[in-house]
Write a protein that binds this ligand. Sequence first.
Ligand SMILES: Cc1ncc(COP(=O)(O)O)c(C=O)c1O
Length: 393
Amino acid sequence: MEHRKESLETLIVHGDHKLDPLTGSIAPPIYPASTFAFKSTQHGAELFINHRKGYYYTRVANPTINQMCTRMALLEGGETALAFASGMAAIHAVFIALAGAGDSLLLSDTIYGGTYALCSNVLPKIGIEPIWVDTTDLETIKRGIAKNTRGIFIETPANPTLKVIDIAGAAEIAHSRGIPLIVDNTFPTPYLQRPLELGADIVIHSATKYLGGHGDLVGGLVVGSEEVYQKVHPILSNVGGCMSPFNAWLIIRGLKTLHIRMERHCQNALEVARFLEGHRAVETVWYPGLPGHPQHELAKRQMDNFGGMVAFEVKGGKEAGRRVMDSVHICTLAVSLGDVDTLIQHPASMTHSTYSEEALLATGITPGLIRISVGLEKANDIIDDLRDALDKI
Ligand SMILES: Cc1ncc(COP(=O)(O)O)c(C=O)c1O
């Protein structure tokens, strides 16, 4: 049957429309099996030549994981997706697939602290060097690319300062030098931003965050073309950082409400950002949806809405910030993001503590910066909680 082209919301709910072929179950079954039987020795040998013709071992391929990957590829507009045990495993696999000893990768100077540590401490051990630049400036990206650079990696909006990077502009520069643009799309999700449509080549997710959406799993994803799959799958199956089928199932369940959750995250975050902007104890608020954000116009162009993450600086620096975080009751003091619960944390001593002090200051991750992942509680309750805490300063 011919289907009309569906809206993103319908794709989010239905995926590829495939019901369980055995029972018609609308909720997908979970295949927790590590091993799948061959029909014959010949069949086994064929699957070892082409694992995409069936299943034999879950580290290589699994039906529940594949179902989730098909959904994510559809939502991001990619040809295929690969699933990993965590966002970090996904990022590592892409870097290793693209670069080897003697190569470099160009990266945003403001990114998640785990990615920063991977590139600063782990990849140099195998001869891959990071080149850190302020990717909000396209000229700086151009100047930063070296002869041995094998890819450009950006996060937008960036963790934790919510800087917004021009995806189409960065893609054009990358392609003019024959290298791919990789975008960590964890903060916006495909509901708010689709980097492949803007020219990027590879999309990465920490599925731990909004995709799962309930703070009950760790997982990562790589989405891209068939060529990307061919490069990255050998790293997935040979290094072995595969996702568990149960986590893939949880992500499918989470994805079905992605649009509703993201709408409310955005609405609540905007209300929280506006409140913070007006409070006497707050120095600066970083939220791409505020007209005062340095890349607000760019965010309007490349995003459908501005996401659930807000960062702010309290007057009085680190001590004042610590008092705010120790005084909240509705907001939970915890790392991670994209949960239904509002989570508040201090990047300089938590998620970004892997940065050197100079790197923290150079990238605007000041000692007083606080990051909030605005959850799905009633916005007024979150605001009242923050007001009570800020009024103590
Ligand atoms: C933007 C971003 N990318 C990647 C990661 C790493 O993902 P995971 O914790 O699933 O390994 C995180 C984790 O916080 C993140 O915030």
